[in-house]
Design a protein around this ligand. Structure first.
Ligand code: FES
Length: 258
C-alpha cells in the first residue's frame, strides 16, 4: 500500500463501520479518550459476560481512519476475554486493516486506548461491586455547626422523595457510598447538586468521578462542610477549602447528610 492511499479493508470499514453506537444499562462499562494530536474523540461501551466481551459499540468524532480502526477493533475484541482484549495493540489493528498511511497511525491510538479505558473501567466497577459495604471515600463524621438546628428545615438525613428537591441548590456531604448514590439520584431532579468531599481528586476512583460528572454533579475536592446557617431555613453554608486553607460561603437551599 502506498503511504498516501488506503487499503480496501480500511475503505470497507470506513464505509460500512461495524458496531457503531452506544450500549446502555447498569452493567455497561464505558471508556473514552481524546487524541492529543488532532483533538478528536472516541468512546467505547462494553457488555461483559463471564469475563468475555459479549457486545461492544463505538462512537467517534474522529476521521475515516479512526472510524475504520474502531470498527476493526470491535470485531477483534468481541468474544475475547478482557485480558486478551487488553493485549490488542494499534499495530494489530493496523495490520488487520492491511496497513494505514503513516500519518494516520496516531488515529489508531484512539480506538486501542478507548478500548483499554473501557476495560479498565469495567474492572474497577467490578472491584467496587465486590466491596459493597466499603466506602470509596473516607467517612466524614466531624461536627457541623447548624446541623441539628436546621434539621428538617433544609438539612436532611434522609431523602424519601428526591423530586421534592427539584431545581434546588443541594449540597451533599460525602459520607460514603450512600451519599454518592444520593447525589446522583437528586441530580436527576436538579442541575445544581454539589458533592463536598475531603478527598483529593486522585484518591476518588475515576469511575465514580465519571458517573458523578455524567449525572451533572459538581464535586468539591479537598473540602469540608463546616457550618450551615440561615434565618428560618438553610440559606448558606461555610466550606473549608483544605488545600488553600480558607473558608468561603456558598448559597444553598438544602443540605443532605446521609
Ligand atoms: Fe483525528 Fe484521525 S485525524 S482521529
Amino acid at each position: 500500500m502506498k503511504s498516501t492511499s488506503y487499503s480496501d479493508k480500511v475503505l470497507d470499514h470506513f464505509r460500512n463501520p461495524r458496531n457503531v453506537g452506544d450500549l446502555k444499562g447498569k452493567d455497561i462499562a464505558k471508556g473514552s479518550v481524546g487524541n492529543p494530536v488532532c483533538g478528536d474523540l472516541m468512546e467505547f461501551s462494553l457488555k461483559v459476560k463471564d469475563n468475555r466481551i459479549q457486545d461492544i459499540k463505538f462512537k467517534t468524532f474522529g476521521c475515516g481512519s479512526a472510524v475504520a480502526t474502531a470498527s476493526m477493533i470491535t470485531e477483534l475484541a468481541k468474544g475475547k476475554t478482557l485480558d486478551e482484549a487488553l493485549k490488542i495493540t494499534r499495530k494489530d489493528v493496523a495490520d488487520e486493516l492491511d496497513g494505514l498511511p503513516p500519518v494516520k497511525m496516531h488515529c489508531s491510538n484512539l480506538a486501542a486506548d478507548a478500548l483499554r479505558d473501557a476495560i479498565n473501567n469495567y474492572k474497577e466497577k467490578q472491584k467496587t461491586k465486590d466491596e459493597p459495604e466499603k466506602s470509596s471515600t473516607k467517612p466524614h463524621s466531624e461536627h457541623i455547626t447548624g446541623e441539628k438546628e436546621f434539621s428538617g428545615k433544609g438539612v436532611y438525613h434522609a431523602v424519601k422523595d428526591p423530586s421534592s428537591l427539584k431545581d434546588q441548590r443541594v449540597l451533599i456531604q460525602d459520607r460514603g457510598k450512600k451519599s454518592i448514590q444520593m447525589a446522583e439520584t437528586i441530580a436527576e431532579h436538579s442541575p445544581r447538586v454539589v458533592l463536598v468531599t475531603k478527598e483529593k481528586s486522585q484518591k476518588v476512583k475515576k469511575t465514580i468521578q465519571t458517573e458523578l460528572r455524567k449525572s451533572g454533579v459538581k464535586i468539591l475536592f479537598e473540602s469540608e462542610l463546616k457550618e450551615i446557617s440561615g434565618l428560618n431555613s438553610v440559606e448558606k453554608v461555610k466550606i473549608h477549602d483544605l488545600d488553600e486553607d480558607n473558608i468561603y460561603e456558598l448559597f444553598v437551599d438544602a443540605v443532605v447528610l446521609i
